[in-house]
Design a protein around this ligand. Structure first.
Ligand code: ACM
Length: 714
């Protein structure tokens, strides 16, 4: 099901085109995703006025509207009032293929031509053209280039969870805007869970009153679906059943079962729909008919993950039902339930998507699309059973790992993501609860590669952003820029894997997204301003150099649940305001490594940063005094200053050719060891909240650069 990549290109030889001609990689514009093929030519087209757009060659109205948006973005990206002057020609043509996304883009002295196999290809080509705009004051320009491009996978998604924390319509639209700009094409919209049911239902109007009652009206959903479609983004809704249904159970208690004895603290949810009653299936029929009409996409996600044993298996009515139906296991009962749900959806013209547990039953209909999430092994299991499959294992953005971590996983690598057998073994020894929780489904074993037929069943990938610790204020920084990195993983050829080049391009891509409306930095500044009104600068400097603890370490509710407590966690502290993957620290690391390798031209920029970071501690202390949320981070601020001081001393030693004092080196390594231990404490999912965590849940991100400078010092 991967898109026919080069239909447009006729006999062009892919191998020859993959070579990116003329410009060395480091000088190429920051395209993300990288195109399948680009040939850079000498020269550039001045962009000194509004594009003269001719889109008569593409009749689809989306192309014309996309061109208008592009014109508007070009003005923002150049900072010039382009509309007042005539600029270069942009001619757009497309064929009518409704699904094709391939395109050819040419920038020459005569202007820009964009030819696509279908209207969606026009949108993808314009996304590339936005990223080609280079601002070279006092003007702007487009480099001469020929790009032939098509996606590797047809399914390139992100999951937004608006059930755990409600996200406003404006916020969701802003994420869709950014998706269009990096060629992501599926918004998996998680709309119901234990905490709420987020869509107005006219058939079951109590649903939207559950939880805190925040929801989208049907008119808002229609508006959002149209907004996304215009931007080449499909919205696939998820209404998760039979687990994750406390919100439904709250308002329609007869439809659900509760555990007879308390579930363990780790159980993801403690309600599940009652599989024994016909009324349950009548409800799903009515609800999915209504929601299916509201969301026109052919696919409909019905969940199917994490049904609690305690709810179903311990219940006498469920036991009797299983005996009567000859269902010998919980998996068999789940298979029965999902088969009925798939039939309901099919009656309403929908193809069901379900999480990997649906494939694990072994009896789900083959046309159900499966989403692998716990390990990459689940991808292998799903395609071996003949299911088309979407890969999310390895791509959980809510786990707050660096971009490079996710980038390394290929969707077709069946052993890539999951716990190692040794980790699982160690975890099971920790406690009986852990032994119960650590099922084989969490462990990734080495497997043979997929066959070509199995590879063809992989539709693509999706990056989930579960929102237990994500709010309307922080979603921009939790999703971006890492979703752009996964857009590349799902679009670009498998051979595109250079992490250094990724981090070279990422800050530029991120800044372009900000110019076009993304609020990650703006909201972080707002949070810093709230933490230290009138004096947020030292807070902002600190935030540039840190990130939140990873995996589930920053979710304090988990440890509380293990202790039998329930807490409300405010998500407005430094760890929430900090970027996940400090691009400032990555730039520092790249410069430090270049300096360590002998490039002394990096010295001035390195020193300017390090001097400012060392000096920030005194400023931060002055601001933090009397503010508990900041006081917690005093040891972090002090360690940053110590590392910056050590790095400066190391640079002095390198430049003077004199040895670094042994006492200074030892002192620096003590701080580095502490920082790296805190980083390692939340590096793996299983043990993330068990080890000793850093103050204020903040990991210092400049350690690798400092280590490189220390290693270079004689
Ligand atoms: C999931 O993360 N429970 C699909």
């Amino acid at each position: 099901m991967r898109q026919r990549a080069f239909a447009l290109l006729g006999s062009t030889c892919l191998g020859a085109m993959l070579a990116m001609g003329a410009l060395p990689a480091a000088a190429q514009p920051a395209l993300m995703p990288l195109p399948a093929a680009a040939t850079w030519n000498a020269g550039e087209l001045a962009l000194d006025g509004a594009f003269a757009i001719d889109s008569a060659g593409c009749r689809d109205p989306r192309a014309g509207r996309a061109a208008e948006r592009f014109q508007h973005d070009a003005a923002n990206l150049t900072g010039m009032a382009l509309a007042q002057r005539p600029g270069p020609k942009l001619s757009i043509a497309c064929r009518p293929d409704p699904t094709a996304e391939s395109y050819r883009l040419e920038v020459t002295a005569d202007g820009v031509t964009l030819e696509a196999d279908g209207p969606l290809g026009v949108l993808r080509g314009l996304a590339t053209l936005r990223q080609l705009i280079a601002v070279n004051p006092p003007g702007a320009a487009l480099p001469f280039v020929t790009i032939d491009d098509a996606p590797r996978f047809v399914w390139r998604g992100v999951l937004i969870d608006t059930a755990r924390h409600f996200m406003t319509l404006e916020t969701v639209k802003r994420q869709i805007d950014a998706m269009e700009r990096v060629k992501l094409n599926v918004l998996h919209f998680h709309l119901s869970d234990d905490q709420g049911f987020r869509v107005e239902s006219r058939r079951y109007p109590r649903l939207q009153a559950s939880g805190d009652g925040q929801h989208y009206t049907q008119a808002q959903i229609r508006e959002l679906v149209a907004y996304a479609a215009d931007r080449g983004v499909r919205i696939v809704p998820e209404f998760d059943v039979p687990g994750h249904t406390r919100a439904i159970a709250q308002v329609y208690p007869d439809l659900a079962l509760a555990p007879l004895k308390p579930a363990n603290a780790f159980a993801a949810q403690d309600r599940a729909l009652d599989p024994t009653r016909e009324e349950t299936y009548r409800f799903l029929d009515g609800l999915f008919a209504e929601m299916g009409a509201l969301f026109p996409d052919a696919y409909f996600h019905a969940g199917g993950d994490e049904v609690s044993d305690a709810v179903w298996l311990d219940h006498p009515r469920v036991r009797a039902f299983m005996t009567a139906k000859g269902l010998g296991s919980k998996a068999a009962l789940e298979g029965y339930f999902h088969t009925r749900v798939a039939a309901i959806l099919s009656k309403h013209g929908k193809t069901m998507i379900g999480w990997e547990e649906v494939a694990a039953t072994g009896t789900a209909p083959k046309d159900v699309v499966i989403q692998a999430w716990q390990t990459s092994n689940a991808t292998a299991d799903s395609v071996a059973k003949g299911h088309r499959t979407i890969v999310s294992a390895g791509y959980y953005l809510d786990l707050l790992n660096p971009a490079a971590f996710h980038y390394a996983f290929d969707p077709l690598d069946t052993a890539a993501a999951g716990l190692t057998p040794a980790e699982a073994e160690k975890g099971r020894k920790l406690s009986p609860i852990m032994a119960a929780v650590l099922t084989d489904a969490l462990v990734a074993k080495p497997l043979p590669p997929l066959t070509p037929e199995q590879e063809n069943l992989v539709l693509g990938g999706e990056a989930p952003l579960w929102a237990e610790i994500v709010t309307d204020e922080t979603i921009d920084s939790r999703l971006w820029p890492r979703a752009a990195v996964l857009a590349e993983r799902f679009w670009s050829p498998r051979t595109v894997r250079d992490t250094d080049d990724l981090y070279r391009r990422l800050p530029v891509v991120q800044d372009q997204l900000r110019v076009q409306g993304l609020r990650d930095q703006a909201n972080s500044a707002r949070m810093a301003a709230r933490l230290a009104p009138g004096q947020s600068e030292p807070v902002m400097t600190l935030l540039d150099l840190v990130g939140p603890t990873r995996n589930m370490a920053h979710d304090h509710r988990i440890l509380a649940a293990l202790r039998g407590q329930k807490i409300v966690q405010e998500l407005n502290g430094l760890a929430d305001a900090a970027p996940v993957d400090s691009l400032v620290a990555h730039r520092f690391e790249a410069r430090a490594k270049a300096f360590a390798a002998g490039d002394l031209s990096q010295a001035a920029a390195l020193r300017a940063d390090l001097v400012a970071w060392r000096a920030n501690d005194a400023r931060f202390q002055a601001v933090a005094r009397g503010r508990p949320a900041l006081e917690q981070a005093l040891p972090i601020s002090a360690d940053i200053a110590a590392l910056a001081g050590a790095a400066l001393a190391a640079m002095d030693a390198v430049e003077a050719g004199k040895p670094l004092a042994e006492a200074d080196r030892a002192q620096a390594h003590t701080v580095l060891a502490r920082v790296e231990a805190f980083d390692a404490a939340s590096a793996r999912p299983l043990f993330s909240f068990l080890g000793k965590q850093p103050p204020a849940d903040l990991i210092i991100k400049i350690a690798p650069g400092v280590r490189a400078l220390l290693a270079a010092a004689p």
